[in-house]
Structure formats: C-alpha cells, structure tokens
Design a protein around this ligand. Structure first.
Ligand code: FES
Length: 128
C-alpha cells in the first residue's frame, strides 16, 4: 500500500529525514532527486541514521561511521576507529578507548531494511 510520507520539498538534495512507516521508522534519503527509504536505526548499535551524512548513495552513521548503500541497505564499511589527533592521550584514556574499539569490532553490523519509494507529483510515497 503506497502511503505519502513527505513532500519532495521537505528534503534538500543530499539530505535525510526521519519518517514513520506504520510501526517502523525510516530515514528518507534524497540522492539528487531520487528518494530511498532505509531503516532509521544503524545496523551496528542503533544510532539514528537520519542524523548521519549522505554522499551520493552512501549513508554514513553519525556514531561510529559505518556506511550503508541506501539503494539496497547493504553494509559498505564497518565502524572506524576514532582518531583524536597526533597528541598522545593519557594512558588511562588510551586503555579505555582501546578496549572500546576492540569490543566494537566484535559487534556485528547488519544491513538496513529498505522500502520501495516513488514520487507522485509533490508527494514522496513509500510502499508499506
Ligand atoms: S551505531 Fe552506527 S556505526 Fe556504530
């Protein structure tokens, strides 16, 4: 069932928007006038992907920077280790970050759900 979830003018090119799809949550992506709907929660640790960044078809998570293809929800890149600059960190902070990064690498990153999207006039519709 096709349902209007937003207007074309609601999302700038390269932008993302949180929308509800019945009981689900999605991030709507505007890839230069072509729209895609993917699950809103990151497949790593559930960060809100509508707060991420979009470059072409690549959606980057705002928390640990895993990347997804908005066309099919596949994982393109796993979380990145954080970089705090060239200054050495205090030993205790370095230890905590090393442990966190080791643990993060053990957390699976799932692909994102996707939904068919079409534009009818000024309406962005998703097939629920
Ligand atoms: S929550 Fe998205 S990469 Fe970790």
């Amino acid at each position: 069932m096709w349902t209007e979830v937003a207007k074309v003018g609601d999302i700038a090119a390269g932008g993302l928007k949180f929308v509800k799809l019945g009981g689900a949550q999605a991030a709507l992506a505007n890839c230069d006038g072509t729209f895609f709907a993917v699950g809103r929660r990151c497949g790593h640790m559930n960060a809100p992907l509508d707060q991420g960044t979009l470059a072409g078809f690549v959606l980057t998570c705002p928390l640990h920077y895993a990347q997804f293809d908005v066309r099919d929800g596949t994982v393109l890149a796993y979380p990145l280790d954080r970089y705090f600059g060239a200054e050495p960190l205090p030993a205790a902070a370095r230890h905590v970050l090393d442990v966190e990064q080791r643990l993060q690498r053990k957390i699976r990153v799932d692909g994102l759900a996707t939904w068919p999207v079409r534009v009818t006039g000024e309406s962005i519709e998703v097939d629920l």
